[in-house]
Design a protein around this ligand. Structure first.
Ligand SMILES: *[C@@H]1O[C@H](CO)[C@@H](O)[C@H](O)[C@H]1NC(C)=O
Ligand SMILES: *[C@@H]1O[C@H](CO)[C@@H](O)[C@H](O)[C@H]1NC(C)=O
Ligand SMILES: *[C@@H]1O[C@H](CO)[C@@H](O)[C@H](O)[C@H]1NC(C)=O
Ligand SMILES: *[C@@H]1O[C@H](CO)[C@@H](O)[C@H](O)[C@H]1NC(C)=O
Ligand SMILES: *[C@@H]1O[C@H](CO)[C@@H](O)[C@H](O)[C@H]1NC(C)=O
Ligand SMILES: *[C@@H]1O[C@H](CO)[C@@H](O)[C@H](O)[C@H]1NC(C)=O
Ligand SMILES: *[C@@H]1O[C@H](CO)[C@@H](O)[C@H](O)[C@H]1NC(C)=O
Ligand SMILES: *[C@@H]1O[C@H](CO)[C@@H](O)[C@H](O)[C@H]1NC(C)=O
Ligand SMILES: *[C@@H]1O[C@H](CO)[C@@H](O)[C@H](O)[C@H]1NC(C)=O
Ligand SMILES: *[C@@H]1O[C@H](CO)[C@@H](O)[C@H](O)[C@H]1NC(C)=O
Ligand SMILES: *[C@@H]1O[C@H](CO)[C@@H](O)[C@H](O)[C@H]1NC(C)=O
Length: 860
């Protein structure tokens, strides 16, 4: 996009002039006190990994040092130490701030260099260009910044600066400023006015916590503003009409805020300059703003995830000859695509998800440059037309429609990377037309259709595949061996859940297996848990539930230390589960479901003790572990969504991903006492040990599990009294102690008593309410419960775990390391996509409790 190149123009222009100037002068002999200052700066930091700094030494002319530019008199005027792996903190007395002739300072991408930005930055009054992108600076920006009155280019993005954006009084003095980038920090508070920055061309405040209305800024006073990016903040109020009337503004990025209202006030002349309008994910409402069709130069229009309503005749877009990107997904719009024979702009990205479409828009037939097409979640019936496979088509999402068949494509772009056809009504065999042609797809989902027959081996020709989701079909036969032998070298996710697959899981996982999720739940697979699955050291989710696997507990998977979800439910597993030895295994485990097998022996105290995630405050932040990145750097990532369903109640996805933990060992033959290790599981939500042959007392340490919401110990041989400590379980909403040998009084005056009779029935000698049996001895507690909660009592059966997938695509990761522009785009895409899939993660949705656990992934 042309817009994002503006900063590179400014940058290049400036740098070119600077270096041509410097080139003339580089022969200047370094002044010795300048040399001392540089060495002092070097010594204040840990520069052991820096290529440039390690070569700086007393013996040579500092003007010849790498990273240094001098003027003719041997004064240091430029310092470029970007990408030098410097670490340490800069403080006020750092000699860097005595290099008073410095005009350019670039410390970008030293990720361990930081601290508070010292006030003495104000000493560098000659600075015209300062870049601290991606360091570790924190705290507020010092007021002394106002002394840098020569600044033209200022980039402090991707640090941890906080506090308000410096008040106008500070920034107002930087009258030469053309480029101001504070993106990806944690600045908060309102937007200051920038009234005197008349030359400001780019203002980038993306990804902070700024709030309030932006109406108070006088946008007319910035006559040179070309690019404005306020995306991903918490701005509220309406969008200032002045932005549409600016005579300079070309790109307006206001996505992911809480802007509301409509565009009723935009009247009169609309600017002819605007090329990019990006307002995805706000609360904009009212009639669709028809005036956008008057902005003739528009290249990109993104209004998805708002509340616009109305009917849009696609023919209106005919006027926008330069349009390349259109995103109207997820509003309350009805896109009318009924016109024909009209030239439509040659878009390359078209997103009309959830736009009430009933057929494929005909104009698409003639659009040859299309790369990205999302028509998901509409009401399109019938056949996928052959012409949909454009020569450059890279991303095709037709999921959640009513498609039944595929017309033979004449040609498929062999470089296509995403194909999502999930949730349609396809039948018959998986069409070879598709799989035979796709050789570089990263993502294929055919889930939730009615495909029959076997899984085509030709899928294995696809040497980039990172996510393959064929779940919820009627596929039969065995799992092609090549999927496991070859594919698992690059495949991150293999989901074959809910099919009719049979045979054994071939034991041929390669040494460099990269699988992170293997979901084979609900098939008819037999045999053993493959031994070489242990090669998949990155495995996070292993779901073999509801098959016919006949094996002992897979202790051999100890090397998969990333495992978070282990589901072996309803198979023919048998024997003990104590793996012996002291090797730490599965410290990350959050969900364990071994129910309905024939496991026996004692519950494994030793193994349980390795499950650190179950213990309080040990659950790792979500973004790190449940996000998968393709090892091929294709930018594919997806999120495992683990849904734990209980009869009559769905748990929130986010909660599950971040903090949810559960243990279900029910319906086995476990014996002996309830092990003490469970008393440490402060993060445990669900514990089901029912239908075993456990003996001994009901331990009081169960009362130490503050998060426990469901406890089922029914159908065992537990004896003795119900410990009073159980009353500490404040969140308990399901309790079943029935069919044991418990005795004595049900503790009075506690919420335990509020459960219904069925929670306690069939015990040897329990008495007192809610049971009708009276106790002989007088009660020890007098306070009776005030009102009964039994009406609210949730009578769900216990846990069954299912794994599903959500996927999205970002941009290419590799260039991100080197190019900031891409990086921003990447953040934008990825975060945006995650929110789309998990609206509940959206920080704007502040009412959700789970939000506080979401920290946006910030990484390269
Ligand atoms: C500033 O940093 C230097 C080196 O990093 C250190 O030696 C010095 O003590 C620090 N000064 C103050 C005032 O913290
Ligand atoms: C300097 O950084 C390197 C690499 O991060 C580290 O190994 C070394 O211990 C550090 N030295 C000091 C003195 O902190
Ligand atoms: C603004 O830019 C113009 C043209 O580059 C320049 O002549 C003028 O001096 C600048 N104004 C300020 C206040 O820097
Ligand atoms: C902006 O956020 C701050 C906290 O960061 C809060 O105190 C203030 O009330 C918010 N202002 C508005 C207008 O929402
Ligand atoms: C906004 O700025 C313009 C141009 O500098 C000026 O003419 C106008 O009076 C200002 N409006 C307000 C409300 O300050
Ligand atoms: C469309 O783009 C072309 C090439 O960039 C440009 O010359 C033309 O002015 C644009 N059209 C409009 C209506 O802005
Ligand atoms: C959606 O649009 C229809 C008419 O187009 C309107 O009746 C309905 O209220 C709108 N729904 C919402 C949630 O805005
Ligand atoms: C979707 O289209 C149908 C007609 O095809 C219409 O009756 C319905 O109101 C539309 N829904 C919305 C939300 O506009
Ligand atoms: C596609 O282009 C052909 C030839 O240019 C034209 O005859 C046909 O009507 C166009 N179809 C659509 C749907 O615009
Ligand atoms: C399975 O697919 C059917 C449609 O084929 C869909 O209705 C159902 O919700 C899907 N089930 C799951 C668990 O995704
Ligand atoms: C396709 O669209 C659906 C529904 O809009 C969405 O849930 C899914 O994540 C999309 N798939 C990809 C690969 O982006």
């Amino acid at each position: 996009m042309r817009i994002s190149l503006v900063s590179w123009r400014i940058f290049n222009l400036y740098i070119a002039t600077f270096f041509s100037m410097a080139a003339l002068s580089v022969s200047g002999q370094c002044q010795s006190h300048q040399q001392q200052l540089l060495l002092g700066f070097k010594n204040s930091l840990n520069s052991s990994l820096s290529e440039k700094l390690v070569k700086w030494n007393q013996g040579t002319d500092c003007c010849s040092w790498d990273g240094i530019t001098c003027d003719t008199s041997g004064r240091v005027i430029g310092l470029d130490l970007s990408y030098q792996a410097l670490s340490g903190e800069l403080n006020n007395s750092n000699s860097l701030f005595r290099l008073q002739h410095l005009q350019t300072l670039n410390l970008a991408y030293n990720r361990d260099l930081g601290g508070q930005l010292p006030e003495s930055i104000g000493n560098l009054g000659q600075l015209t260009w300062i870049v601290l992108w991606y360091c570790k600076f924190t705290g507020p920006i010092p007021k002394t910044l106002e002394k840098l009155t020569q600044l033209i280019y200022l980039d402090f993005s991707t640090n941890s600066f906080s506090g308000p954006i410096p008040k106008s009084k500070t920034l107002e003095k930087l009258t030469h400023l053309m480029h101001l980038d504070f993106s990806y920090n944690t600045f908060s508070g309102p937007l200051p006015s920038f009234t005197s920055l008349t030359n400001l061309t780019e203002l980038i405040l993306h990804g902070n916590q700024l709030n309030g209305s932006i109406l108070s800024t006088n946008w007319s006073s910035l006559p040179n503003l070309v690019s404005l990016d306020l995306g991903r903040n918490s701005f509220t109020g309406t969008v200032p009409p002045a932005l549409f009337q600016s005579e300079s503004l070309k790109a307006m990025h206001l996505a992911e805020n809480q802007f509301s209202g409509g565009f009723g006030e935009v009247k009169g002349e609309v600017s002819s300059q605007l090329e990019v309008i990006d307002m995805n994910q706000n609360g904009l409402e009212g009639q669709f703003p028809m005036f956008v069709f008057e902005i003739k130069g528009l290249r990109s229009l993104s209004l998805s995830w708002n509340k616009f309503s109305g009917v849009i005749p696609l023919s209106a877009f005919q006027k926008l000859k330069n349009l390349t990107t259109l995103d109207l997904s997820y509003n309350n719009l009805s896109v009318d695509s009924s016109f024909t024979n009209l030239p439509f702009p040659n878009v390359y990205e078209l997103n009309l998800a959830s736009c009430n479409l009933t057929k494929f828009p005909e104009f698409l037939e003639n659009i040859s440059f299309l790369q990205h097409l999302d028509l998901s979640n509409n009401r399109i019936h019938g056949q996928i037309p052959g012409w949909i496979w454009k020569p450059r088509l890279d991303h095709l999402n037709l999921s959640l429609n009513f498609l039944v068949e595929l017309e033979s494509p004449s040609h498929i772009n062999p470089y296509m990377s995403v194909l999502d056809l999930h949730g349609n009504q396809f039948q018959g065999k998986i069409p070879s037309e598709i799989v035979d042609f796709l050789n570089s797809c990263d993502f294929i989902s055919l889930a939730g259709n009615n495909f029959h027959g076997s899984i085509p081996e030709s899928l294995c020709n696809n040497l980039h595949l990172a996510v393959l989701d064929l779940s919820n079909n009627s596929l039969s036969g065995s799992i092609p061996q090549c999927l496991l032998t070859q594919m698992s070298m690059w495949l991150g996710v293999l989901n074959l859940n809910q099919n009719n697959l049979s045979g054994i899981i071939s034991d041929s996982f390669p040494e460099n297996c990269s699988l992170q999720t293997l979901d084979l739940n609900q098939n008819r697979l037999s045999g053993k848990v493959p031994k070489y699955l242990a090669n998949c050291r990155m495995l996070e989710v292993l779901d073999l539930g509801n098959n016919q696997i006949d094996d002992t507990f897979p202790c051999h998977l100890k090397s998969t230390s990333e495992l978070r979800v282990l589901v072996l439910r309803s198979n023919k597993f048998r024997g003990g589960v104590n793996c012996g030895g002291n090797n730490v295994i599965w410290p990350m485990l959050q969900i364990v479901d071994l129910a309905s097998n024939a496991f026996s022996g004692k519950l494994p105290q030793g193994l349980l003790m390795t499950w650190n995630s179950m213990k309080a405050n040990k659950v790792e932040p979500y973004s790190k572990n449940l996000r998968y990145e393709s090892p091929l750097f294709t930018g594919i990532y997806f999120q495992d969504s683990v849904s734990v369903t209980m009869k009559g109640r769905e748990l929130e996805l986010v909660k599950i991903l971040t903090i949810f933990t559960s243990i279900d060992l029910s319906s086995n033959k476990f014996e002996g006492h309830i092990p003490e290790a469970i008393g440490d599981f402060k993060a445990l939500y669900l514990l089901n040990l029912s239908n075993n042959v456990l003996t001994g007392p009901l331990p009081s340490f169960l009362g130490n599990l503050p998060k426990l919401e469901a406890l089922d110990l029914s159908n065992n041989h537990l004896a003795g009294q119900i410990p009073l400590q159980l009353a500490n379980l404040n969140f308990l909403s399901f309790l079943n102690l029935s069919n044991n040998e418990l005795t004595g009084r049900i503790p009075l005056g506690t919420q335990i008593q509020l459960f219904s009779e069925t929670s306690f029935e069939n015990n040897a000698g329990l008495c007192g309410p809610p049971l009708e049996v009276q106790c002989d001895s007088p009660p020890t507690f007098k306070d009776g419960p005030s009102n009964s909660r039994t009406g609210k009592h949730v009578n769900w059966n216990f846990v069954s775990v299912e794994i599903g997938f959500v996927c999205g695509i970002g941009a290419v990761i590799l260039p991100l390391m080197f190019c900031k522009r891409w990086r921003i785009r990447y953040y934008k895409c990825t975060d945006g996509v995650v929110y789309k899939f998990f609206p509940k993660l959206d920080p704007r949705n502040k009412t959700r409790r789970a939000i506080s656990h979401w920290t946006p992934g910030r990484r390269l």
